[in-house]
Design a protein around this ligand. Structure first.
Ligand SMILES: Cc1ncc(COP(=O)(O)O)c(C=O)c1O
Length: 404
């Protein structure tokens, strides 16, 4: 086996040459990372203000998570679900308790967890609610992002995600995001679930008006429809609470989790629900070879221990307020709007100045990594271990980019 070492331009050219172009990365080649900072192959340091789209909520290589992974690597990594391993119940119990639900079903990627939620909701619809076979409907929101499988892109409203991937899976109804009355009006006797992001991340960190989820919860309860919260990006401390939907005191019927659950080390996702919902699955009806593997469960348990302290939720709330104040100071100085919840911000740049992509390129030149979404919006989601000084640095660099 040959190991090839590349410096930045060569590494970029080789990546371009040998991979499908399903991403358009910034021209940064990361070699090492710790906490909120990464170092590229040429030794340049960058503040990571994206945190793997929230997969790195606890920062790069959090010592507790690395230690849990190392210890598990030396004992057992995978059994498949054909057998039970000694990390499984501990992880599943801790996650069920965190969610306040009876049961969990572990998977790997976010999209797999969303697929799991869809299958469970449909089966619940047929077996518990009594929907006629093949007629189940799931309501989703305009501007959603739930992943990239053929079924999930079937109900995307983003032409880039959807076009040319048909034929599409039927059974989904799209309503405007944030409009509870439109959602209520779309419910039919065949509606089994509402699948919604508490905050739309890919959409640009869109936060629905207060009262939206309270009303959606009421409607779902009245109409015997499952409320499924996709907390893959918004959950696990990102917004200053364990779950973003908690900001309204709402409890969904099913949580869909991913990203940070794997501590930035392994892909870990899951759904959590009560027995009357998740109990509909029988052996052979759903699964994954790697889902709930020993390494994933060991790291996942260490993640849940960190969340159990409440420290990260507190940091996110406190530092998020600081970030928000800094960003709001740039409104009228190149920014037209800022939406913030905890350490998660959607920042709209004046489109007359530059695109979001251009802003991210210029930020990267100044040692700050962020990601654009939808034209002139950029998304900031630093690791929750970031410091106040780091955030001041990021805001100062953004100010300099906007002034340039
Ligand atoms: C809200 C939401 N759901 C689902 C997904 C899909 O997760 P994955 O990329 O792990 O399949 C994402 C990924 O960004 C997401 O933000």
């Amino acid at each position: 086996m040959t190991t090839v070492e590349f410096r930045t331009p060569d590494a970029l050219a080789a990546a371009e040459r040998w991979t499908a172009h399903n991403y358009h990365p910034l021209p940064v080649v990361v070699a090492e990372a710790e906490g909120a900072w990464v170092t590229d192959v040429d030794g340049r340091r960058y503040l990571d203000m994206l945190a793997g789209y929230s997969a790195l909520n606890f920062g790069h290589r959090h010592p507790d998570l690395v230690a849990a992974a190392h210890a598990q690597l030396d004992r057992l990594t995978l059994t498949s679900r054909a057998f039970v391993h000694d990390q499984f119940a501990t992880f599943c119990r801790s996650l069920a308790e965190l969610c306040g639900k009876d049961l969990v079903l572990p998977m790997n990627t976010g999209a797999e967890a969303v697929e799991t939620a869809i299958k469970v909701a449909r089966k619940w619809g047929y077996q518990v609610k009594g929907v006629p076979d093949g007629q189940a409907e799931i309501i989703v929101a305009d501007g959603n992002f739930h992943g990239r499988t053929t079924t999930i892109v079937s109900f995307s409203t983003d032409p880039e995600a959807r076009a040319d991937f048909g034929p599409y899976t039927p059974g989904f109804v799209v309503v405007p995001y944030g409009d509870a009355e439109a959602l209520a009006a779309a419910i039919t006797p065949n509606t089994v679930a509402v699948l919604v992001e508490p905050i739309q991340g890919e959409g640009g960190v869109l936060i629905p008006a207060a009262g939206y989820f309270t009303r959606v919860r009421e409607v779902c309860t009245e109409q015997n429809v499952l409320l499924i919260a996709d907390e893959i990006q918004s959950g696990l401390g990102r917004t200053g609470k364990t779950f973003a939907i908690e900001h309204e005191g709402v409890v969904p019927d099913m949580y869909v989790l991913g990203k940070a659950l794997g501590g930035g080390i392994v892909p870990v996702s899951a759904v959590a629900a009560n027995r009357d919902v998740l109990g509909v699955l029988k052996p052979g009806e759903h699964g994954s070879t790697f889902g709930g593997n020993a390494l994933a469960c060991a790291v996942g348990s260490a993640v849940l221990d960190l969340l159990g302290t409440g420290e990260f939720q507190d940091r996110s709330a406190r530092l998020g307020a600081h970030l928000q104040a800094g960003l709001e100071g740039l409104i009228g100085k190149g920014l037209v709007a800022v939406r913030c919840r905890g350490l998660w911000a959607g920042v709209d740049i004046d489109p007359a100045l530059m695109t979001g992509r251009q802003a991210c390129e210029r930020l990267a030149e100044r040692g700050v990594l962020a990601k654009d979404t939808h034209g002139s919006t950029i998304r900031l989601a630093p690791p929750l271990v970031v410091t106040e000084a780091d955030l001041d640095h990021a805001v100062a660099q953004l100010a300099a980019v906007l002034a340039s």
